[in-house]
Design a protein around this ligand. Structure first.
Ligand SMILES: Nc1ncnc2c1ncn2[C@@H]1O[C@H](COP(=O)(O)OP(=O)(O)OP(=O)(O)O)[C@@H](O)[C@H]1O
Length: 263
């Protein structure tokens, strides 16, 4: 079995994956000798075709793949938080109790309220999860993650179920939170524009390994109108084996870093 340790210190990379193999059956491997390093504070977006193993990699980093066959080495920091497409709030606990669930410190409530304030949910601490909109539930899930002050934030399509406008707001919020808390981030997404808007670096999985690994050199004000943005989109779509039909059928705008700067 692959080792999964919390040995990495703040001096080395936040994540180190070496020669990781994972398979669910004898038909073939999902991860086939994958290597990856993520630096502290680095925001990495993970793209790949459906079934390419993105969630499998994320679950390996989260330690959620016990019992899955495989070999290799996975090293992550002590404090890891995970956000999924659905908020996974406990329906029988109020919002603040969800955020602080499992925290043992005497100032847990105070920290929970502070986290709720940071994600724009001040005053909603006594609400039940079902009283929140989908976007608000994801905000609460982010607060629950960040209150633990993670060195690594793993996010598996956290905005996949949200409408386009809410996604823009969540992009702005996530970038702002990451600038403050500086966790390393691995964000699984199907959305190339989301990857370009949010990440410092984009990697593409294919055949169970990292096929493409590129830094985003667009600066902080990223606009879909920027020709460099369009070039990068075309490059990534080509890596994914998809034609860029952006000009033929304009997509709804996704969040821009100019918006995050303004917030
Ligand atoms: N628990 C499981 N049991 C059997 N096969 C699995 C299991 N989890 C994933 N797989 C298979 O492993 C492969 C990779 O799945 P994974 O969910 O990692 O892909 P993905 O890139 O995240 O896909 P998507 O973009 O569609 O969410 C798929 O072929 C999937 O069917």
């Amino acid at each position: 079995m692959a080792s999964h340790t919390g040995e990495l210190s703040t001096h080395g990379p936040a994540v180190r994956v070496q020669d990781l193999h994972r398979s669910f059956n004898e038909a073939g491997g999902v991860l086939n000798g994958l290597d990856l390093e993520i630096a502290p504070g680095e925001f990495v977006a993970l793209l790949g075709r459906s079934g390419s193993g993105k969630s499998t990699l994320l679950r390996s980093l989260a330690g959620l793949d016990r019992g899955v066959a495989g070999t290799g080495r996975v090293e992550v920091p002590e404090k890891v938080s995970v956000v999924f497409q659905d908020s996974r709030l406990l329906p029988w606990k109020r919002v603040l109790d969800n955020v602080t669930f499992g925290l043992r410190s005497s100032d847990a409530s105070e920290r929970g309220l502070q986290a709720l304030d940071e994600v724009g949910l001040a005053g909603r601490e006594k609400a039940w999860p079902h009283e929140l909109s989908g976007g608000e539930q994801q905000r609460a899930a982010l607060a629950r993650s960040l209150v633990r002050d993670p060195e690594l934030l793993l996010a598996d399509e956290p905005f996949g179920a949200l409408d386009a406008l809410t996604r823009i707001r969540m992009h702005t919020l996530l970038r702002k939170l990451c600038e403050v808390h500086r966790p390393a981030v691995l964000l699984v997404t199907h959305d190339v524009d989301e990857a370009i808007v949010l990440a410092d670096r984009v990697i593409v999985l294919d055949g169970g390994v990292v096929r493409h690994d590129a830094r985003i050199e667009l600066g902080t004000r990223r606009s879909q109108a920027d020709p460099a943005f369009a070039r990068l989109r075309a490059e990534l779509l080509a890596e994914l084996g998809v034609e860029d039909d952006h000009d033929a059928a304009p997509r709804p705008a996704v969040g821009r870093l100019s918006e995050r700067a303004a917030s």
